[in-house]
Design a protein around this ligand. Structure first.
Ligand code: MD6
Ligand code: FE
Length: 172
């Protein structure tokens, strides 16, 4: 966590040209290299870039795929995905493994929120008016999937980070 350095309960890594990263000193940001190995993140698998193309046809290609791993007790507080320059592209996530209680609110932190269950294979698109909606994970429900071979959940989030190059976009 920025400022305090308290660990997040979710373990993270990335693929793609940019990876989401956070530490005490510099806070939330995107980095082109793994903070420990100094190596570039591995490429985003084709299956995921194809999914992006199907669901975000007008957006530039995704640059970041954050891989979140939740153990049985992990959760994620209400937040907005707002560290990206391109807010016209959606954020698309794929859930794998145990069910999770996903909470979706509005554009203001105080807005009412709804809870829904994300099951393995569910895809969430936060785009358009919902691009900056608050959301979080209240809890996961251990033992509801055997996909991962152990209890836990993986959520993959695909994002466009930098502003798209207008010329190449229209030329495509
Ligand atoms: C999660 N998801 O499902 C957390 N963000 O574990 C997110 O924070 C999220 O599912 C933006 C768009 C879709 C998401
Ligand atoms: Fe998010």
């Amino acid at each position: 966590m920025p400022r305090w350095g308290t660990p997040l309960s979710v373990a993270m890594t990335n693929c793609g040209p940019l990876g989401w990263y956070s530490d005490k000193e510099k806070g939330y940001r995107y980095e082109a290299r793994h903070p420990v190995t100094g190596r570039p993140w591995p490429p985003i698998p084709r299956l995921l870039t194809d999914l992006w193309r199907q669901l975000a046809a007008d957006a530039a290609e995704p640059e970041a795929c954050l891989v979140n791993w939740y153990g049985p007790k992990a959760r994620m507080g209400m937040h907005r995905d707002a560290d990206e320059q391109d807010l016209t592209a959606p954020v698309i996530s794929v859930s794998l493994g145990d069910d999770a209680w996903f909470r979706l609110g509005g554009l203001d932190r105080r807005d009412a929120s709804r809870r829904m269950v994300l099951r393995s294979g569910d895809v969430v698109v936060l785009g358009g008016e919902a691009r900056l909606a608050y959301h979080g994970i209240d809890r996961i429900v251990p033992g509801t999937s055997d996909l991962l071979g152990a209890s836990g959940r993986i959520n993959l989030t695909l994002r466009r980070v930098t502003a798209p190059d207008r010329c190449s976009r229209h030329a495509r």
